[in-house]
Design a protein around this ligand. Structure first.
Ligand SMILES: O=P(O)(O)O[C@H]1O[C@H](CO)[C@@H](O)[C@H]1O
Ligand SMILES: [Mn+2]
Ligand SMILES: [Mn+2]
Length: 405
């Protein structure tokens, strides 16, 4: 029985979404703009990286060709000469441009409903929600109550949070209620506990996730978020690829944020890791220890959380290059009948205004020693990815999308 390894490079979009304008994102192109910036010397950072973007391994699997297909031009430094694998473009059909919609659609379940969002006002959260939260969680109040970048708001309000014991609550254009609190002064378990309460209260508003954002440090300028982030997400509306694989008795490895994103559903083995390289290590480890028929799904969050949201072009470019350098290790670890897929859940163009995700199409790069080279075109609906994986694993076809094989 073959295995499948699904690598989701969080936010590595390739532009070209026909509905981008509806999101204020017409022209956004995460990979394309990073490559352009690097070609023009705007991707250099002393001690980190310099020069044109170099992704020879992903490019050989069709990254440049997929980007060309999506946006109309191959990003500088990449090529349209894919040498192996099936490559193409994924066009999301779910509304919204956040992580759960992208992941669920990839796993065969597009989101048929509108998420709830909090307005870009101050305060942002409804009075009734804040009142119920403060009361049920036994809090002296909350700080923030607005749209914000998570790193900026802890700098702004971290000291007051320590002094008052009020958690920092904030949101973004995504369907999220985020709570930042100090790991020691406030306490990590206490943070998770109040997140559970917030999750119960926000679910009726169709808010996709409550995210615990613990941090450490003692003063503004030195506060730092830790790897103990936890997402409390609503469950997908229908069984996903993960559920279908688990139901068929397969092992399902969820690496990084995957288990949180799917609310644990269909996960048989969970591996947490912090940082791009350790997520890669865990993926290789899962490949070493898992039997035939296994599904491995990894979310590589750092592209999004460390660089996209931070609008850090050199950081994003360096992370892509570091990932690319390890692709040969993954390919070497594959069995003859393993399938690996590289894709993404949405964009997060670090050259764009603001600090939010961007509506973009995503690359679909499929590789197996058992698979010939070929273009799969622009696929409407990311569920074609999940259906291809299901087909590869020998699972019954699902309700959305179809296998490209
Ligand atoms: O600025 P930080 O806290 O990283 O927040 C980001 O993380 C959330 C989840 O991806 C997004 O909605 C975005 O707001
Ligand atoms: Mn994401
Ligand atoms: Mn994000």
């Amino acid at each position: 029985m073959p295995r499948a390894i699904l690598c989701i490079l969080d936010s590595v979009g390739i532009g070209g979404a026909p509905d981008a304008a509806a999101y204020g994102d017409a022209g956004a192109d995460t990979l394309g703009h990073i490559a352009e910036a690097c070609a023009e010397g705007r991707g250099d950072r002393e001690g980190l990286r310099r020069g044109p973007l170099q992704l020879p391994n992903l490019d050989a699997l069709g990254l440049g060709a997929a980007a060309g297909l999506s946006s109309g031009h191959v990003p500088p430094g990449l090529s349209d000469a894919a040498r192996g694998g099936r490559f193409g473009v994924g066009r999301e059909i779910s509304k919204g441009k956040d992580t759960p919609s992208g992941h669920w659609e990839i796993a065969g379940v597009p989101v048929p409903f509108e998420w709830g969002y909090f307005p870009r006002t101050e305060p942002s959260f409804p009075d009734a929600l804040v009142t119920a939260f403060v009361e049920q969680a036994g809090l002296p109040g909350i700080l923030g109550d607005k749209h914000a970048s998570g790193t900026e708001i802890i700098d702004e309000l971290g000291a007051e949070h320590i002094r008052t014991g009020k958690p920092i609550c904030y949101t973004s254009v995504d369907s999220v209620f985020q709570i930042a609190a100090h790991e020691e002064h406030f306490g990590l378990d206490r943070l998770y506990e109040i997140c559970e309460i917030a999750f119960e209260l926000t679910a009726p508003l169709n808010i996709g996730r409550v995210i615990a954002r613990p941090f450490v440090g003692e003063a503004s300028g030195s506060f730092k978020r830790t790897g103990n982030r936890r997402d409390f997400a609503i469950s997908p509306p229908e069984p996903t690829l993960l559920d279908r694989a688990a139901e068929a008795g397969r092992q399902v490895y969820a690496i990084g944020k995957i288990s949180d994103i799917f609310a644990g559903s269909g996960v048989t083995h969970k591996m947490k890791a912090t940082g791009l390289m350790s997520l890669f290590d865990r993926t290789l480890e899962a490949m070493q220890i898992s039997p035939k028929g296994t599904l491995i799904v990894t979310n590589f969050v750092d592209f999004d959380s460390e660089f996209g949201h931070r609008r850090d072009v050199p950081g994003y470019a360096a992370a892509l290059e570091a990932f690319d350098r390890r692709v040969p290790e993954l390919i070497a670890a594959m069995a003859e009948d393993d399938l690996v897929v590289f894709t993404a859940d949405h964009g997060n163009d670090p050259t764009w205004t603001g600090t939010d995700h961007t509506r973009e199409q995503v690359p679909i790069l499929m590789f197996s020693p058992a698979l010939s080279r070929g273009e799969i075109g622009i696929r409407t609906g990311l569920s074609d990815i999940g259906e291809t994986v299901a087909h590869w694993l020998g699972l019954a076809a699902g309700r959305h999308g179809r296998s490209v094989l």
